[in-house]
Design a protein around this ligand. Structure first.
Ligand SMILES: *Cc1c(COP(=O)(O)O)cnc(C)c1O
Length: 959
């Protein structure tokens, strides 16, 4: 057997691990489709006019061990120092039982957003715990799960307030003592909406501004400098103006402080990072938003609520979805789609594990250490500016600021410079006695005697004025008071994940969402200390590893997309869209064409597109699709003409959300350019393009990618994501900047709290590209297309595919048309989706982009066996529908209408349905041992919205 040494070394070893279809499977699939080769198939699908001019220029693939070793070298260029920077990012200890069994557990991280309520009860229980945690600590009525980061949450609060209050002013007053990144992101968000942000740089200015006109104010509690203000009188004043009071609050501090909900705040925002999620150079972390009850129908983001199932038992589901972009489009309350579910689950588990007493003890320790630090600093001649503080003291250090900062660095400690002449020091859960002594030594003059901890220990108390101390309890629900042993916690986590279906159990054929393999080797680096334990605002030389990772990944993604510049700052696809449209808007303005504010969007677009356009102040005009599902070019041209010099942009998705490569996309781009508009190509479907065609080459000006779709970041049950924004050369100057993070200013400003957004998950996409190389990535695309066509052909006679190109082919997904079944049997696409649960599958995308259809995207990672299993289930369900059509089963009493079937419902002694129990159970013979049992029956969505309840279910409700 002659082998070259190169073959034996097998540098492409990962490629067949990622791609589930081998050569023999491929030959079989091609024969079923009726194509001679994969190349012939692809050439018949991808329009010649857009095919790539050359192969991507990427480093050749290496195996898993080699890629990890290379990434280790990059990680080691980050320097992990003791961080006392604070400013919204703190050291925290992820309890190991949560680290391994949630954050590093595919049962949690490979789950999808909980749209299919019945297979998502576990993660939704965790999210209801999260919402309860936020409500209890803030003292507010309702909280969502979750927001992308504290700064964007503050920006969303600003727009929520504007929608909700009576005051008609355009002014938003912001306390200067808010985190600088929050102020920066708020300004970015305010500008295109015509909101004037006015900063109060002193207490006097704050009072003067509060006496003026505004629709809302924002204050930080405790402030970024550590100060804790009593804001009660200010709230009264703001309310007298019919304006809203928004508070950015630290949840750990709120265990000790009177919560904003008790002194009248209208909206409270913040981050839950220090509840167990590592700093990770800025993310991912779950931010939160809580508000008063009157605002709930205007709340942005995902909200989990309690409803009932078909058997009358409590069951969770996403509540008030009619607020969201996927239904309300440009009238949505925000464009948020992917949020930060996995970090929210971690934060909720942290609270479950520690309970109210544990959280209070951690907070008290932080506060007492900070008081201790302050006493010693005072002894050294550095008196903190404020008498009241929780975890942060600020010192006026004047001319010696830089010297002290450098001394800190030399001793391994990062301090924070604020307002040029001040140093701020923040402590956290990880602070030790040794840290405090180290900090004292930074501030001690040469020869000065160091303070001794023992001198202050007696009777040490938090430096919080009595009037500001919390007296109310929190987290009284049993879930926060039960699972405090590790055994108990382990079993609680497992009991929740067992209720859910994620990629570790079955394929998730969700069109547009690309639920592909999230390889273990890709996941391993994210918790390496060099990536996890660095602060986003640490000095640049300590972040050299991240800078290298950023530069390499951007270069590779430029190769993949054909664009000239990319920013990894947006932390979801929706945020990439927002950043991309900001770039287009700023470009038009830079040319004196600021009047261009019309954004044309085809009717088939994802809801985030119109919602994002609305956020940058553009006016959405919907354009038609023809009967083949393609953008109607005649209509588009007419609208370009009609809007003339008002045309700003056209947003399309390619291949289209209908799962087809439109042949005239180049023409479309040229048409838009002729009319002075720019072309935004939504990159959610890049899994059909990588290595095959590049939007930046065939006419796109801007795209966002979803690294959590195409580039293997797991979906996390609804986040975290990364939504890089990619632009052509002349738009590069209009990519987001980040003055706070030292990444330079831009005409657009910052769109995320941290310069690299969800930095800590970038290693996943880096690993994927490094192990696949150009050929592997192209092969992945081609096999994704092959698999979609195979499913489409195999199901053709049972469920016709709605849209295809003239030769009958689809792109990387196919829309199965179930609408005719409604008439013939009364069965809806939703019934089929729920029946698939009985067969152990997560449903395909339901009723998007076409109501009454299922959109299947198998991805390249599924094996032929798994595709066959899915096909068999779909055919079995079609045969069941036939038995309804022939009248054997009544239209209202059949296994589809009663799906999914819980074990309890099948085991009742008084079984009274028209079909036998074993049919209800849908146990296919070879999978009998692996049957998935849904924990609840079909969930009643409307009931839940009529009886909105979004906190932990009182015990006893299940009896
Ligand atoms: C997923 C998706 C988006 C939104 O991306 P998020 O990361 O969820 O914000 C936008 N457009 C399309 C077509 C999508 O499939």
């Amino acid at each position: 057997m002659p082998h070259s040494l190169r073959d034996l070394e097998n540098p492409g070893e990962f490629i067949p691990r990622h791609i589930g279809v081998d050569a023999a499977d491929e030959a079989h699939m091609l024969s079923v489709i009726g194509e001679a080769s994969r190349q012939a198939l692809i050439e018949g699908i991808v329009p010649r006019a857009i095919a790539r001019s050359r192969e991507m220029n990427l480093p050749p693939a290496v195996g898993e061990a080699a890629a990890l070793a290379e990434l280790r070298r990059i990680a080691s260029r980050n320097q992990v120092m003791r961080s006392f920077i604070g400013q919204g990012y703190y050291g925290t200890t992820t309890p190991p039982v949560i680290l391994r069994n949630v954050l590093e557990n595919p049962a949690w991280y490979t789950a999808y957003t909980p749209y299919q309520a019945e297979i998502s009860q576990g993660r939704m229980e965790a999210l209801v715990n999260f919402q309860t945690l936020v409500c209890d600590l803030t003292g507010m009525a309702i909280a969502n799960a979750s927001m992308l980061d504290e700064a964007t949450s503050a920006a969303e609060a600003m727009t929520l307030a504007r929608r909700s209050v009576k005051a008609r002013s355009n002014t938003f007053v912001v306390a200067g003592d808010c985190h600088p990144q929050t102020i920066e992101v708020v300004r970015t968000r305010a500008r295109p909406l015509g909101i004037e942000v006015v900063l109060a740089n002193s207490a006097e200015e704050w009072q003067r501004l509060l006496a003026g006109d505004y629709f809302a104010v924002l204050a930080q509690y405790p402030a970024t400098s550590g100060r804790i203000d009593d804001l009660r009188a200010d709230v009264v004043q703001v309310h007298a103006k019919q304006a809203a009071f928004i508070v950015a609050a630290d949840l750990l501090a709120l265990t000790l402080l009177v919560p904003p909900g008790e002194w009248g705040a209208d909206i409270v925002v913040g981050t839950t990072q220090r509840f167990g999620m590592p700093m990770g150079a800025g993310g991912p972390h779950a931010a939160y938003m809580a508000c008063r009850d009157e605002y709930k129908r205007s709340l942005p983001g995902r909200l989990v609520g309690v409803s009932v199932d078909a058997h009358g038992n409590p069951a969770y589901r996403l509540a008030l979805q009619t607020r969201e972009q996927h239904i309300r489009r440009e009238k949505a309350t925000s464009n948020i789609c992917t949020a930060q579910v996995l970090p929210a689950v971690v934060a909720s588990m942290y609270a479950v594990y520690h309970g109210p007493d544990g959280l209070r003890r951690i907070a008290q320790r932080v506060a007492c250490y900070t008081a201790l630090l302050a006493r010693g600093l005072e002894q050294l001649g550095h008196r903190p500016r404020s008498p009241n503080f929780f975890d942060t003291v600020s010192l006026h250090t004047g001319k010696s600021t830089q010297t002290l900062l450098a001394k800190g660095h030399s001793l391994g400690a990062n301090l924070r410079v604020a307002w040029d002449e001040y140093l701020c020091i923040s402590l956290d859960e990880t602070t030790t006695r040794a840290d405090i002594e180290l900090l004292w030594s930074v501030f001690a003059a040469p020869g000065q005697e160091l303070p001794r901890i023992a001198d202050f220990e007696q009777g040490l108390e938090p430096a919080i004025a009595p009037a500001l101390r919390r007296t109310s309890g929190f987290l009284a629900h049993p879930v926060f008071n039960t699972h405090h042993s590790e055994t108990g916690m382990l079993r609680y986590i497992r009991s929740l994940s067992d209720k859910d279906l994620a990629l570790d159990r079955t394929m998730i054929p969700l069109g547009s969402c690309t639920m592909k393999l999230n390889a273990t080797s890709e996941m391993i680096p994210i918790t390496w200390p060099e990536f996890a334990n660095v602060h986003p605002f640490a000095p640049a030389d300590q972040l050299a590893g991240y800078a290298e990772l950023d530069a390499q990944l951007r270069a590779w993604l430029c190769e993949a997309t054909g664009y000239a510049g990319i920013s990894l700052q947006p932390n979801a696809g929706s945020q990439g869209e927002y950043a991309g449209l900001l770039a287009i808007k700023a470009w038009h303005e830079s040319r004196g064409e600021g009047q261009r504010n019309i954004c044309l969007i085809p009717s088939s677009a994802h809801g985030t597109n119109p919602a994002s356009a609305q956020m940058v102040g553009m006016q959405v005009v919907v354009t038609a699709c023809d009967e083949g599902g393609n953008v109607d070019l005649a209509d588009l041209e007419a609208k370009c003409r009609q809007h003339g010099d008002k045309l700003a942009a056209v947003m399309i998705t390619y291949p289209s959300t209908h799962g087809v490569f439109e042949t005239r996309v180049k023409e479309l781009c040229e048409l838009v350019h002729r009319h002075g508009g720019r072309v935004y190509i939504d990159g959610a479907n890049m899994n059909a393009l990588v290595g095959v065609a590049a939007p930046g080459e065939f006419g796109g000006d801007v795209s966002h990618l979803n690294l959590h779709k195409t580039f293997c970041i797991p979906h996390g049950g609804g986040g975290p994501g990364v939504g890089p924004v990619c632009v052509v050369e002349d738009l590069v100057p209009f990519l987001p900047g980040h003055a706070t993070g030292g990444a330079g200013a831009s005409p657009v400003g910052a769109v995320s709290a941290a310069p690299l957004g969800n930095a800590a998950v970038l290693p996943i996409s880096w690993m994927y590209c490094r192990m696949m190389g150009a050929q592997g990535l192209r092969q992945a695309t081609e096999v994704a297309i092959l698999s979609a066509n195979y499913v489409s052909v195999r199901l053709r006679e049972h469920y016709p595919t709605l849209y295809a190109s003239p030769n009958g082919h689809v792109a990387h997904e196919c829309i199965l048309d179930l609408r005719p079944l409604k008439d013939s049997s009364g069965v809806t696409a939703e019934d089929v989706a729920k029946r698939l649960i009985d067969y152990g599958f997560h449903a395909p995308t339901l009723s998007f982009p076409v109501p009454g259809t299922l959109m299947v995207e198998p991805t390249e990672s599924e094996t032929l066996d798994e595709l066959e299993r899915f096909i068999a289930a779909m055919i079995a369900i079609r045969q069941e529908i036939q038995r309804i059509e022939t009248g054997e089963w009544p239209r209202e009493d059949n296994p589809l209408k009663h799906a999914p079937h819980t074990a309890a419902s099948l085991l009742r002694s008084d079984w009274q349905h028209a079909y036998p129990r074993e049919v209800g159970a849908a146990v296919l013979d070879e999978r009998r041992h692996a049957k998935y049992w849904p924990p609840v029956g079909r969930v009643d969505n409307a009931w839940g919205d009529r009886n909105l309840f979004c906190s932990c279910v009182p015990t006893g409700a299940y009896e």
